[in-house]
Every structure is written in C-alpha cells, then in structure tokens.
Design a protein around this ligand. Sequence first.
Ligand code: GLN
Length: 484
Amino acid sequence: MITRLSAAEIAREIAARKVSAVEVAQACLGRIASLDEGYGCFLKVDADQTLAQARAAQAKIDSGEAGPLAGVPVAVKDNLSTEGLETTCASKILKGYVPPYDATVVSRLKAGGMPILGKTNLDEFAMGTSTENSAFQVTRNPWDPTRSPGGSSGGSAAAVCAEMAPLGLGSDTGGSIRQPAALCGVVGFKPTYGRCSRYGLVAFASSLDQIGPLARTVEDAALLAEVVTGHDPRDSTSLPDSTIRSDGLKKSSLKGVRFALPKELFSDSNEPGVLEQVQAAIETLRREGAAFGEVSMPSIVYGVTTYYIIAPAEASSNLARFDGVRYGPRAEEGAEHVGVVERTRAEGFGHEVKARIMIGTYALSAGYYDAYYLRAQQVRSRMRREMDAVFQGCDAILSPTSPVVAFKIGELSKDPLALKLLDYCTIPANLGGNPGVSLNCGFSGGLPVGLQLVGPAMADERLLQIAYSVEQALPEAHRRPPVP
Ligand code: GLN
C-alpha cells in the first residue's frame, strides 16, 4: 500500500513510473475519507484542488523539471495561508477566511510539485499543547484515540502517524512540532529561527515562531526541510543562505559524537516511564560509540515562566489585527466601530486566546513592562549564553521531548498550568532560536516516548545527520500505530 511508504520511497516510486502523483494523492485522500472521521486531523480537505495540483506535479515530472519530492503530498497546519483554501487557525474569528495568497512555504511546496492534502487541526492560533483548544474539533492520537496527539500541530502529527499523509507541516513556538511528534511517535523538526520563512504564517509570537516538517523518518523530515527553507526577502528575520541541504545525510556511526545531558531536563518531573526509555536509548547510543556528559543550565528552570511572558506579549500585539474589519466574520449588530470590534473579538476568540491576550497586554503595560517583559528578555539572553557555553563542548543536547506520554483527552484541559509545564523541555530551543528535533525512542505503557536533540544555531544539517544516526541505532524508531 502506497500510503505506508516513506516520502523518499514514494518519490522513488513516482520517479520510476511505478505510480503517478495523481494515484498517490488519490490513495491519501481515500485514506483520509475512510479514517479521519475517527481522528479529526483535518479541518479542510478540497480533493479537487489536491488532484489538480497532483496533475500539475505529474506534468512537471513528465517534463523532467521536478524537485526531489515531486508528487509527494503534504498535510498543512491551518495557520499557514493557502490561496483559495480556507485558513482558520482553528478559530471562530477566522471562520470562512480564504487567503488571497500563499505562505512562502506553501508556494515552495507547489513549486516543488507537492500537492496539499488539506488543512490540519491545531490549538486555536497554535496556543496549546493538546489540540483540544481548537474551536472546531478534537484530534485523537492514532496510538489510542482516547488520548491527545499533543499540540499545537496535533492534526499534522496524527495525520502523518496514521499514514493519511506521508508528510506534514507544523509550526513551533514553544514546542508545537516536537511535542506532538513525540506523543504520536513520529519525527518533528524545528529549524534554526530564520531558516524557514514565516511569510504567510499567521503570527503567534514572532520572535519564537518557526515552521517545520513532521514526518515518519529523519530522512523525510530533512527532504521536506530542504523544500521549504531558504532565504525569503518577504520575511525580515529570514537569514541569508538558509536552505537546509538534505543530500549530505549518510549512514554514519555515532563514534565521537558528544551529547550533553542537562541535569535540569532529567529531573523527576518527567514520568518514570519516559526517563527509563530515554536512559535506555542513551545506553544504546553509548554502545554505538557516542559520548555523554552531564551539564547544568540553571536558567532552564525559568524557561516556562519566561516563555509565558514573551509569547503572550507578542501574541497580544499580533492578534490585535483581528478586529472583524479585515478578516473573518464580524459582529454585525450596532454600527459604532469600538462596539463592533469588541463584540467580534468577544465572540470570535476562545478562552485560552483571550487569557493570553490579557496576560500579554498586562505584561507590556507601562507600569509592569520592566518587571515582566524586560525581565523575561534578560532571562532569555542568559539562557542563550548558557546554551552557547554548553555547545562549546558538545554536538547536541539530548533530553526527553515531553515529560509525559500521550495523556487522556480532557484529563488536563481543566488545568492550564499543568499543560504549560509540559513545554518544559521544548521551550529552551525556541528561546535560543536553536534547531531541535524529536524522534521516537521507545514505548511506555504502549505509548511512544520522544527523544529530543537540540543543536547549535545554524547547525541544522549536522543535527539532522546526528538524528539520522540515532534513528538507525534505535530499534523502536519506526513502530506503526494500531490503525487499519
Ligand atoms: N504549548 C505552547 C503554547 O501553548 C507552545 C505552542 C506552540 O509551539 N505553538 O504556547
């Protein structure tokens, strides 16, 4: 069955004319049609558009001008603008909004001949860790549909996990690619800040947001990263020469690779089952020749607090544009401007988004700016310095991705603090702008456990190479979920 294959394998089958881009798209659409009712990964599927893109891709392939993943379809998180395809950020305030342009990453998919399978569910405006904050539906974890796939890119992660899509795109502000990858047992990669254009990504926290791939193998994640990254003059934070090259990946041993283990990330706030699996993976990698050294990064313990000041502060400013005038539905009653804006926002935003706008506005307000926002920025600088110092002596920082395995839907939704603490291991890479990858390293109670590797800024290729070698060494990297 074609949907079981990796993206690299599908691309090879297409190139060898064993299957066409249209047949691949049809196979994925068929699987979505038969399975997604049970998982809720997709908010929007437009089969006609997908098939038209697949036909265009096949034409490119036939004329010999196609990219390496031509014909391989992708599930796209619904905070990425897609021309002519509704983009809601899983929020009522954008219901019915059809962007007039494509995000840069979406244009690059299209240019690479990669059809878009549909728009995937997320926590509203990517604020959350469980994909339960969507205004429209809950997404379920293919390993156990009573559990969350993680979030906020839960729709893309679950779609890739359940083999509805060979590849997905997500966004990661505090862990939203890596954490759902961990909970679904797939690979999630957040590039160095600035390597992937944010043009057309609906902004959450602009200094932290980064787009990246979800995939079933490290190779696939690297291949997709190559398609979507690279300098873009339309994003002022886009770095020069930022394309991530995937052609250097090779089967190489871990001999001489040095991993730092920050003791702050191995505390007993991790579930015992998670720690056991990560420790077992460390032993396996040690036998393969990798070296490990314990380090301390004291400011990590302030990471969650720091993030939950900076991210809401930026969000409060970014989300000011949703006033019912330019995008989405408008509260019609009454004519005066302020009242319309107030009612539109009151009706359109969900609880978590409102809470964050209020926290962010408070943190930025005149009397509190120094106490909160400025302080948080200082901690952020300090964390960066600590990370830079650690990278003087290692190739990557290794830790669990998530302190827990997939939790029951509804179990944590009443406890916003507990949910936020789940971002503990992933936030440092966002505050530092570093690349980070999560891959599966084992199972606890039958549920996947994610291993996170974080590298120095701009060392994305090296990090992916290390992740590739780690994946080869770990027997549990590619188990399939119990999905028909
Ligand atoms: N869980 C974090 C939050 O709720 C991170 C979200 C993200 O990376 N988009 O903000």
